[in-house]
Design a protein around this ligand. Structure first.
Ligand code: SAM
Length: 413
């Protein structure tokens, strides 16, 4: 174990600034990388440091993992302040926020296990690092790289880019058993590529909608409570729900649409792209309902037409599709702000980054920041859903791994 790693095991108590912050600064200044992993130490000791493949199979147990693993459960407020300063220093020296260690755990996972909660300063510091890294990555990808003057800096940015891949799928299965150093992005084509998905046969069972070939869960009835909550949100003036005009993007099992119908809105638009889902809607009589208008096709096509017509504006818009990414949601914001009334509400199924608490919290903040750019605020209600979650045995993989749900309500400020 290196001196840096040893220091972060907190071998002496109390954890005081004079010992820990001073020594950490000294080690980092002397050139030990803040990303130096246990796996690199092991490879070095085995003389394999130049080989790409080593026994660690891609895990990265970074100094921050060691710190989080070693955090004493009985640490005092003063000690935790020192630890926070140490984390600040490590991040300043380029430590990554979302590497996965030898047990496939992120720093966030380990802090929660060490008794910190999601609002604690240490956990929130990792969230902050995740948000900064995501914003930096966007800047780099957007071509705005003029601050990268020399090669060293470019390399640092490349490394940051590697670390900051979030699972940005709005509703795509996530793999629990990944043995990867990064947070996972699913590579299953049906689930992650909209065009492949729209050409895939679907199958309805009593409690779910799945893809026939892969058994990917497109929609499952464990989300019933979430859909009820969302339907309530879409009526900002609940006493007058019968005068409201609402839009739901993505019919799936029609759970939210049934809840919307219970409120008897004046107009209920449903946008749906998949032919099998449209057939089911036809069979179940959705086309015959007097207050329902079905917009057939992708929202990317049908909503722009509505926007151009300029005749319909919504009190509530809900978004819950399959196989789309956060990028698509960013595109939707542009359309949504043009279609929603000034007092209207936008909400969506929030599975963004829900494969890990830390990623879920990073996306929570990113959505807040992105809608702020449109003069909107995002308020979250946290709902415990541990009891509703299925065991996922009927579908290929889970698409939601947190036992709580951040329900978003987005409206103009
Ligand atoms: C998760 S389901 C929606 C479930 C729904 N909230 C409910 O309560 O049952 C997603 C739906 O979005 C549809 N969809 C996927 N991409 C779409 C797109 N670009 N435009 C419109 N609908 C889309 C899918 O075919 C699927 O029916």
């Amino acid at each position: 174990m290196s001196d840096l790693h040893h220091l972060l095991t907190f071998p002496t108590r109390p954890i005081i600034s004079d010992v820990y912050e001073t020594q950490l600064a000294h080690l980092l200044k002397s050139g030990i990388p803040s990303t130096y992993t246990l796996e690199q130490v092991a490879a070095f000791e085995q003389g394999k440091e130049d080989e790409e493949e080593n026994d660690s199979e891609g895990s990265n147990t970074t100094p921050l993992h060691i710190l989080a693993r070693s955090l004493p459960k009985d640490a005092t407020k003063e000690e935790l302040d020192v630890v926070l300063n140490m984390m600040n220093t490590l991040f300043e020296y380029g430590a990554g926020w979302n590497f996965l260690d030898y047990e496939n755990k992120s720093i966030g996972d380990l802090l929660l296990e060490a008794g910190q909660n999601r609002n604690s300063p240490l956990y929130q510091r990792v969230v902050e690092a995740g948000v900064s890294a995501e914003l930096l990555l966007r800047k780099v990808n957007g071509g705005d790289v003029e601050f990268l003057d020399d090669l060293d800096e470019v390399e640092i940015e490349d490394e940051q880019e590697e670390q900051t891949k979030l699972t940005d799928d709005t509703k795509i299965p996530v793999d629990n058993n990944i043995n990867n150093s990064e947070v996972h992005i699913d590579s299953d084509l049906t689930a992650s590529d909209p065009n492949t998905y729209l050409n895939t046969k679907l199958e309805y069972t009593d409690d779910k909608l799945i893809t026939k070939d892969n058994k990917d869960g497109v929609m499952m009835d464990w989300e019933d409570g979430i859909m009820k909550l969302a339907a309530d949100t879409l009526f900002p003036d609940p006493q007058n729900s019968n005068t409201a005009t609402v839009l739901n993007i993505g019919f799936g099992m029609g759970i939210i649409d049934s809840y919307i119908q219970e409120k008897n809105p004046a107009h209920h638009y449903i946008c749906e792209a998949h032919p099998d889902v449209l057939s089911k809607m036809r069979k179940d009589g959705w086309y015959e309902k007097s207050n329902v208008t079905v917009l057939e096709g992708k929202w990317q096509d049908t909503l722009n037409k509505l926007l151009d017509d300029g005749t319909v504006f919504f009190d509530g818009i809900y978004y819950d599709t399959f196989s789309e990414h956060y990028e698509d949601m960013l595109d939707l914001y542009d359309v949504m702000v043009g279609l929603i009334k000034p007092e209207g509400v936008f909400s969506f199924f929030n599975g963004l980054g829900a494969d890990r608490p830390i990623c879920y919290d990073v996306y929570k903040r990113i959505v807040e920041m992105d809608v702020n750019n449109y003069g909107m605020k995002c308020e979250y209600t946290t709902v415990q859903i541990g009891k509703q979650l299925p065991d996922w045995s009927d579908v290929k993989r889970s698409y939601y791994n947190c036992d709580y749900y951040y329900h978003p309500r987005i409206s103009f400020m």
